[in-house]
Design a protein around this ligand. Structure first.
Ligand SMILES: [Zn+2]
Length: 281
């Protein structure tokens, strides 16, 4: 028999209840337990959560982010299935629930090159988060309408890993004297093929429904086959709509005034788990 822990009342407190930028529209039933108000409760991080974030390794960071969402937002049953923008918003909420909304932003003035650190309010990032509609239909022709959804964290992670891999492969290639020019051409071609394939995967992952006269297709394999066989013009239309849909939360720009020369400019917050999850005293 399990006995109720008398210390339970002293566990970390549940923090704010928040709304997800996606509105939860794109999730299968049961993936998130929303409250009646359509919100999820956020808990502050534990010491174990904090320790997981200390690794600078990118792969581990994504693993850590997944772990932290599981720990601090138990209402989310499958963090990998979240839209990337919801992941970003939850990360900011967890940061605020644990350390408060203040963070530091390092900036170099583009006019006089003076370096400075600015205190910013992370709440502003959340206040300016885009709100998603229920559906994103893209008409490809008279008979076909494609319904898009934002990319999942799982897909976004895969995209950035493969993109990073291929980019560093190409960077090292230029100076490598041991590789013949013929082989270099071949490697570059392989890398661009991989990236094109990745883009197609992203697109397929972003289409959740195709409407044709008298039918709606949701079968993943049918959609995959269709996107692979679509004409270039239609592909471009869907590709552009997908890119517009996958806005990033951290694209929010903070207004900065240079103390040295008075120049005003806007700066994005560079998200990096290592310094993002640091207390500002
Ligand atoms: Zn300046």
């Amino acid at each position: 028999m399990s006995e109720e822990n008398p210390l339970k009342g002293y566990f970390r407190r549940e923090g704010p209840h928040v709304k997800l930028p996606s509105g939860g529209h794109f999730y299968p039933p049961g993936m998130i337990e929303l409250t009646l108000a359509g919100e999820v409760p956020i808990k502050p991080m534990t010491a174990t959560d904090e320790m997981m974030l200390q690794s600078p390794d990118a792969l581990l960071s994504n693993f850590a982010i997944q772990h932290i969402i599981q720990s601090c937002v138990p209402a989310v049953k499958n963090p990998l299935g979240l839209c990337s923008i919801d992941v970003d918003a939850l990360i900011v909420w967890i940061r605020i629930a644990t350390y408060g909304p203040k963070s530091m932003l390092d900036a170099t003035c583009p006019k006089c090159q003076a370096e400075a650190s600015f205190e910013i309010d992370l709440q502003q990032i959340l206040d300016n988060a885009p709100e998603f509609q229920k559906e994103y239909p893209v008409r490809v022709n008279d008979e076909v309408v494609i319904y898009l959804r934002p990319l999942t964290f799982e897909m976004g992670t895969k995209v950035s890993m493969i993109g990073f891999e291929q980019a560093s492969k190409l960077r090292n290639l230029v100076d490598d004297q041991t590789v013949s020019d013929d082989d270099k051409v071949k490697i570059v071609r392989e890398a661009s093929e991989k990236l094109a394939e990745l883009n197609a995967d992203m697109l397929i992952g972003s289409v959740y429904k195709v409407a044709i006269p008298n039918a709606e297709v949701t079968n993943r394999e049918h959609i995959r086959e269709f996107i692979k066989e679509i004409d270039a013009g239609s592909y471009k239309v869907i590709d552009e709509a997908m890119k517009k849909l996958n806005v990033k939360l951290f694209d929010h720009e903070f207004p900065i005034v240079c103390e040295a020369c008075g120049h005003q400019y806007a700066l994005k917050y560079e998200f990096n788990p290592a310094n993002f999850f640091a207390r500002v005293s």
